[in-house]
Design a protein around this ligand. Structure first.
Ligand code: FES
Length: 114
């Protein structure tokens, strides 16, 4: 008997000026795996161009992985995957850089504009 579950991650893709577009990635997982586990797997095995920011991986310490998950703000590293479909988007109130990465630094802490 397999303990594998499956979900589809519907991920917002693109840069700020691109038309709104989503890409769906199927992912098989084991209970207890996080949204960040899936995003890292997608980068390694399906699409290395997927932009996602993280650092501590699962300690909920760096706060780098904050994004919108099923319409709510949360940390990808501590949000468990669930079967079915999950909607993964960048923060809506921050300047979008690309895909799931937003500019989270206050303006006076930026070295330069990108
Ligand atoms: S990766 Fe550090 S808080 Fe999520």
């Amino acid at each position: 008997m397999s303990d594998r579950l499956s979900t589809n991650l519907k991920i917002r893709r693109g840069r700020p000026d691109d038309p709104e577009q989503y890409e769906v990635f199927p992912f098989e997982y084991e209970a207890g795996q996080s949204v960040l586990d899936a995003l890292r797997w997608i980068r390694s095995n399906r699409d290395a161009s997927l932009a996602v920011r993280y650092s501590c991986i699962n300690a909920n310490a760096c706060k780098e992985c904050v994004m919108r998950i099923d319409g709510r703000t949360g940390y990808a590293c501590t949000t468990p995957l669930r079967p079915g479909e999950m909607l993964i988007e960048p923060l809506p109130n921050k300047r979008l850089i690309r895909d799931l990465v937003t500019d989270t630094l206050p303006p006076d802490e930026r070295l330069s504009e990108v």
